[in-house]
Every structure is written in C-alpha cells, then in structure tokens.
Design a protein around this ligand. Structure first.
Ligand code: DLL
Length: 433
C-alpha cells in the first residue's frame, strides 16, 4: 500500500476540496486584481470585478490568459509580487525565440516541490530511496522540481541532469538508484544502453517518474521491461509551476491533479465554452496558491479529458488522462518545445524562403527530427561540398534557436510539394496520441 504524503489533503472529501478552491480562488482573484495591471485591464474589458467571483461557480466569468499574453508581458508584466520577494526564475524548454519566464517566491518553490514530493510518494518513494534525477537542470523545470521533491521526501538525491549515459548507468549501479526521474525517451535509451553494457541485472530501480512529453502505453511496457521498474507518468508546465501539477498513482491510469493548488477546467478550444466532465477538450488551469506568477484560466493547449471516477489508491483529486494532442502547432521533440514559426524565422534570417517541411518520427523510442528546406534559386548548387556547408550552417543556427539538433536536408527550388490550402509544414509520424 502506498504511503500517502498528505492523506488529509490528497484524500479529502469533495466538499472539503470545493471549500478550499472557493476560498482560495476568491483570495487569488483579489491578489491578481490588486497587483497585475495587465490582468486587471483584461478583467475590466470583460466587465468583471473581484466582487463577481464568489466561488468556483463564477470561474467562467474570468477572461482566459494565453501564451501570447505571457509573451506580450515578457518579462515582468504578469508579476504579482515585488521582484525582491522572488527567489527563482524558470523558463519553458527551447532556448530562445518564444520564451516564457515564470517567477517564484520561496513559498511558490515550497508548494511546487511539495507537489513533486507527492508524486514521488505516490510511486512508493520514501527516505530510504535513492532518487536519480536525469531531467535537465537549469531553466527547464524538470531537474529542479523533482530534485526539490526528492529532498522533501528525504530520499538520497542524485542530481545527474541529462546526458553522459555511461556515467548515469555507472552511478545507478554503484549507488543502487531505486527511483529514476527523466523523460520517457531517455528512460528507453537508458534501458537499451544498460542492455548493451550487460548490466541490466545489476539495476535496483523499482519506479520511474517520466513526463514532459507524450508517451504511449506501449512505450510504458517497453521501459518497464528494459529497466525492471514500474513506470509512472507525471505532467506539468512551466507557466503553472513545472512537473507535479499532476501525477500517476499505483493505479497507473491517469494523473491526479493537485486540486488544493490548481483548478482544472476543460473547454472547447474553438469557442472557449466550458465542457462537462468526461468530455474531451483543452485543459485550462487556475493557480490558486501561487504568489509571484499566479495565472488565472491559463489555456495549456493540451487536449485532455478529466475524470472524477473513484480511484483505487484512495486519492480524491480529479484525474486527467495522458494529453491526447495539442490545440496549437507546438511540437515536443526530445522533450523540447518547438514551434514551426521558430524554424521559419531561422530560415528567413539565413536567407532561405519559408518553403520547408518538418518530419518527426520516433525510432527505437527516440525522436528523429528532419527538416527539408528548399534552396532559393540564387543559392542553388548541386556541389555536395557547398550543400553540406550550407546545411551545417543551418543546423548550427537552428540549434542556437531551439536547443536541439535537427537533420537539415537542402533541396532544389520548388521540390517541396505546394499545397492548395494550408501548407503542410509538419509531418509527425510518431503515434503518440
Ligand atoms: O515539460 C514540465 C515537466 C518536466 C513535466 C518534467 C513533467 C516532467 P514545459 O517545458 O513548460 O514543462 O512543457 C509543458 O509539455 O503543456 C505538455 O504539452 C507537455 N507535457 C508535460 N508533461 C507531459 C506528459 C514541462 N506527462 C508541456 N505527457 C505541456 C504529455 C506532457 N505531455
């Protein structure tokens, strides 16, 4: 039986959860109104004042906030606390371009780490565990979030970060890591590498906490087999805090949303209308306890279904299914958020017309990322050396923008098929959803 980290919260009655949400929402709306002129103006434009929000039943009256608002307000426009009370900044994956920064007070860090601690406890973690964190550290929230959660649980924490697979496996066997936290693709790669090194039977892993990108049940089974552990999903986004917004329990069937901190809604992405429970739509979050960067009705663009069916683990917090797609064009490639528009801006800056096609696939559980790019007539050459040199330049410029390496294939002018309607810029062959 799982030891609950905070059963009085995670297994609270619906009435209790409702009461927390009602009280905290009213307080949060006032905090935002008083401290964030940008959102106050949005509320005024929508004809809403804090007095109109008396409980979660009034939530739908508030205007949405989107990634575009975050970009428009970059960097300080949505801050709800003085900067000298903030202790941390994190940012969405992808290095430049469409950057989104989130601010945290110490209180915000504590509650975020608590959410991650709950996720670790939910997979059976306790102070006797060795928690191996191979999510990236730095601006990306994966490493710092799980690291903090692991400390809170009292695990021996290995802040490995990503990369250097041989060293990861060496530490894993030498120190007897029992819980692995990383992206599912990296977990699969670690499993393969352990097999190649002939050390699979030396691993002591019992559980893995894998998220930040979409992964299938098939991939879950592969990872569980190759690493000899139980694989659990974890979900989150920088704007709302980071990993731990929701997490899987022993039932491995959907992720409990930490409802004492976040209110979840499902909306129709076209109309913005709130959909009844059980319907598929876009996930929207309101953070009701954060101080520095509290977002009200933030549109995640993740397509999802919520369920309040009774969970065998005893937790009462609502569950979300694995995200089933996105309502925008963002791709997550090797755990990094990529927008086609970022690629387009690099191509234009390098003197290439925006005639390109992105092809993404998943081979042996690793994402492949190819970009076919047409050469403009004035750059056209079929000399291999010249083509290779141009491809190399584009790869470097794209890496600087996105933070990951793409394979670039230069093609003759007019060789990418033109579409009569909307151009097909992305061919995603991964069957993730
Ligand atoms: O990916 C936070 C995170 C780190 C989550 C480590 C889990 C583990 P961002 O870089 O801001 O934050 O990307 C957020 O990633 O809107 C989803 O589209 C996607 N995503 C996150 N977790 C999952 C998951 C982190 N378990 C975006 N399954 C989100 C599918 C996920 N997609």
């Amino acid at each position: 039986m799982t030891k609950y980290y905070q059963p009085e919260i995670e297994c609270a009655s619906r009435e209790q959860i409702q009461q927390w949400q009602d009280e905290r929402l009213v307080k949060q709306v006032k905090h935002v109104w008083d401290n964030v002129p940008y959102y106050r103006a949005k509320m005024e434009a929508a004809g809403v004042t804090p007095e109109d929000i008396k409980s979660t039943a009034d939530l739908h009256k508030l205007p949405f906030i989107t990634k575009d608002d975050l970009r428009e307000c970059y960097p300080y426009g949505l801050l709800a606390k003085p900067l000298d009370e903030c202790v941390r900044i994190q940012s969405t994956s992808g290095t430049t371009g469409k950057r989104v920064v989130a601010f945290y007070t110490q209180h915000d860090i504590d509650l975020w780490e608590e959410c991650c601690a709950r996720a670790i406890m939910a997979v059976g973690g306790d102070k006797d565990d060795v928690c191996h964190v191979s999510y990236g550290y730095g601006l990306f929230t994966g490493g710092p979030g799980l690291n903090g959660g692991s400390h809170k649980v009292g695990c021996l924490t290995l802040p490995m970060s990503s990369g250097n697979t041989e060293r990861q496996l060496q530490f894993m066997t030498d120190l007897g890591s029992t819980i692995l936290c990383c992206t599912p693709s990296y977990a699969a790669y670690l499993g393969e590498s352990a097999k190649e090194m002939g050390i699979t039977d030396k691993l002591k892993l019992k559980a893995g906490i894998f998220g930040a990108e979409a992964w299938t049940e098939e991939m879950r089974r592969d990872i569980e087999k190759s690493l000899g552990l139980k694989a659990y999903d974890i979900y989150g986004l920088t704007e709302i805090s980071g990993p731990g917004v929701s997490f899987e329990c022993e039932a491995q069937s959907g992720m409990h949303i930490n409802e004492d901190h976040f209110i979840a809604e499902i909306i129709n992405p076209e109309t913005g209308e709130v959909l009844p429970e059980g319907e598929k739509g876009e996930l929207v979050f309101t953070s009701i306890t954060k101080e520095a960067f509290p977002l009200l009705r933030y549109r995640t663009r993740d397509i999802c279904v919520l369920s309040r069916e009774k969970c065998p683990c005893g937790r009462t917090h609502v569950k979300m299914c694995k995200p089933m797609g996105r309502s925008d064009d963002m791709l997550i490639i090797r755990g990094v958020n990529v927008f086609p528009s970022q690629i387009e801006s690099v191509l234009l800056a390098q003197g290439f017309p925006p005639n390109y096609q992105i092809i993404v696939d998943r081979v042996n559980n690793t994402d492949t990322f190819d970009i076919n790019v047409e050469m403009p007539p004035e750059k056209f050459t079929d000399t291999v050396r010249e083509v290779t040199a141009m491809e190399k330049e584009l790869v470097a410029a794209l890496k600087a923008m996105l933070g990951i390496v793409a394979k670039v294939h230069l093609m003759a002018p007019k060789s990418i098929q033109r579409s009569e309607g909307k151009a097909v810029r992305v061919v995603d062959k991964r069957k993730l959803y």
